[in-house]
Design a binder for this molecule. Structure first.
Ligand code: BG6
Length: 295
């Protein structure tokens, strides 16, 4: 089994096995909820609170192959977001979602289960478009809530800057009857058309939607009118939020995204990007976290 120290002891509520494509996956069975996390990318691919329905969306067309990110779940975008600003050959959303993370800790905490994953720089990452020494520690707490906390420490001898995102794909019954509230009053960049003034109503979806909101610590809610389910995304250490649905044409253009699957998902991404890029002095660290709950 790759990327797991041989000394790691697992509680009975955690199983390590092989998932799709033969990739290593940690499966969590807490009394309060279940989850799956692929070690490749420390990628949460499922979370269902006990007695509930799946909250995290995965594409049925996702690839599970080396060098290709999973489509759905919670990709960790780091150390840059979207295309690299100067290196067109660098992977979209950074290298963290393509890297093998180490599972270093698995424990029960009351009725919850906590998994901790670590990624550090390698010769390959130092030869990449972001040549810095770092340690990233990702704590996944599975229960009636799902809490994801990414702490990055600068292990370099100079200041380093990075972007980051917990690029969560949330499951909805019908995107046309879904609204995302909490970002009213915040101007945004529409990645398709440019800067836009703040709106006074929640985001609704009837076309491709790709928005970057900066300078907002706001909690967001995703309300699915067709089922009445409300997902709350509370965040800390995050100043940016991205809302994305590819809609018809972009979904059709993506090989790892089913043509009609766009109706069942929305990304609400907890980020620090663009003007909210993080800069750390040597030895400094920063934590971004998102906590998901359902009503
Ligand atoms: C979103 C971006 O965060 O990620 C979109 O705002 C992008 O523009 C989407 O299409 C998916 O990116 P990728 O690299 O996983 O296809």
């Amino acid at each position: 089994m790759p990327a797991v120290p041989s000394t790691l002891e697992l509680p009975s509520s955690v199983e390590l096995g092989l998932g799709q494509g033969g990739l290593a996956v940690a499966r969590v069975f807490a009394p309060t909820g279940t989850a799956e996390v692929y070690l490749r990318g420390a990628h949460v691919s499922a979370w269902t609170p006990a007695g509930g329905t799946p909250v995290i969306w995965m594409s049925e067309q996702s690839e599970y192959a080396p060098g290709v990110p999973l489509r759905g779940g919670v990709p960790i975008c780091f150390p840059w977001f979207a295309a690299h600003p100067t290196d067109a050959t660098a992977p979209s959303h950074g290298f963290a979602r393509l890297a093998d993370w180490q599972l270093v800790e698995a424990r029960e905490a009351g009725d919850d289960v906590v998994l901790v994953f670590v990624l550090t720089d390698t010769e390959a990452s130092r030869a990449s478009a972001w040549p810095h020494r770092f340690e990233a520690r990702y704590t996944v707490t599975v229960g009636a809530r799902l809490t994801l906390a990414l702490e990055v420490t600068n292990r370099d001898t100079e200041a380093v800057s990075f972007e980051e995102a917990l690029h969560t794909y949330l499951a909805v019954a019908d995107i046309r009857q879904t609204e995302v509230a909490g970002l009213e009053g915040t101007p945004f960049t529409d990645r398709l058309t440019g800067p836009r003034p703040a709106e006074s109503t929640p985001v609704r979806f009837d076309a491709e939607t790709d928005r970057i909101y900066l300078n907002t610590p706001a909690t967001t809610t995703v309300t699915d009118a067709s089922t009445g389910r409300v997902i709350t995304v509370a965040k800390q250490g995050s100043a940016s939020t991205v809302v994305w649905n590819p809609w018809i044409d972009k979904a059709a253009a993506m090989a790892d995204f089913g043509d009609t699957e766009y109706t069942g998902m929305v990304c609400v991404e907890t980020c620090n990007i663009r003007d909210n890029t993080i800069t750390l002095a040597p030895g400094e660290n920063h934590e971004i976290s998102a906590s998901y709950s359902v009503a």
